[in-house]
Design a protein around this ligand. Structure first.
Ligand code: SF4
Length: 244
């Protein structure tokens, strides 16, 4: 496997990896949507390009057969997860549920979906995500202004809508649930803001809540790192919390 490619470049392939991370172990990534087809245009996006197609419309971009045929070339038996992820938002693939079912039929490796959380209010997305062994949802702030600045969502999508969707989905999801909170200096790095978000997410008994900082260069290369010492003490209050 050519590991000279950056993760961003790898993610532009239909299947990529193995990728090793502290959070999810070894994963084989599967990208169901093209580069930066996304409902957000986050200031911290590592893909270093602005969103090409800013949308909440679910469409099929690659067939189940294409995914399975490409996946054959990868060492799936060595992976902790087959990860629906990639260079855009995976839940915008209308056949996400179908792909999860096909992976289950062919592989024993569990499936994780790494989603930005923007579509979690949709009933069909909730039903499809329930079929995955693990789901990671990013939700970084309850504050509407900060949500807009940080994620630059599609018109009409609010933090409240996402929070309500998380509540509907996470209250009875039986798989392993991860949340990610991305903290950016000057937008959502106040301790009170971080605590409010973590407090909300911890209600759903997640396996982990991970606080991340934009350490890799993103679209906005001027981003300054927040001071993690401000919110690190929260690990004493919330057992699921990890700060990276
Ligand atoms: S959700 Fe944000 S970080 Fe992820 S691909 Fe879309 S713009 Fe980039």
């Amino acid at each position: 496997m050519n590991n000279e490619l950056s993760l961003g470049e790898q993610k532009q392939s239909l299947v990529y990896g193995p990728v090793t991370s502290r959070r999810f172990g070894t994963t084989i990534g599967i990208g169901l949507v093209p580069l930066k087809v996304c409902s957000f245009d986050c200031v911290f996006c590592e893909l270093s390009v602005h969103t090409n197609v800013h949308t909440l419309e679910r469409k099929t971009y690659v067939s189940v057969e294409e995914v399975l045929s490409e996946l054959r070339k990868f060492p799936t038996q060595e992976a902790d997860y087959l990860a629906l992820s990639g260079a855009g938002e995976p839940s915008l693939a209308a056949n996400m549920g179908e792909v999860i079912d096909a992976l289950h039929a062919k592989y024993e490796t569990p499936v994780i979906v790494l989603s930005n959380g923007s579509t979690i209010y949709m009933k069909d997305v909730q039903d499809e995500l329930r079929r995955a062994e693990a789901v990671k949802l990013t939700f970084s702030t309850m504050d509407e202004q900060a949500f807009k600045r940080l994620n630059q969502p599609v018109e009409g999508l609010t933090a409240k809508k996402v929070a309500d969707g998380i509540e509907q989905f996470a209250s009875d999801y039986e798989g392993k649930l991860y949340f990610e909170v991305v903290v950016v200096k000057g937008i959502n790095d106040e301790l009170s803001d971080v605590r409010r978000t973590v407090e909300f997410l911890s209600r759903f008994n997640p396996y982990h809540i991970d606080i991340n900082r934009p350490v890799r260069p993103g679209t906005a290369r001027y981003l300054e790192l927040p001071d993690r010492a401000v919110y690190e003490p929260l690990t004493g209050e919330f057992s699921a919390l990890r700060v990276f």
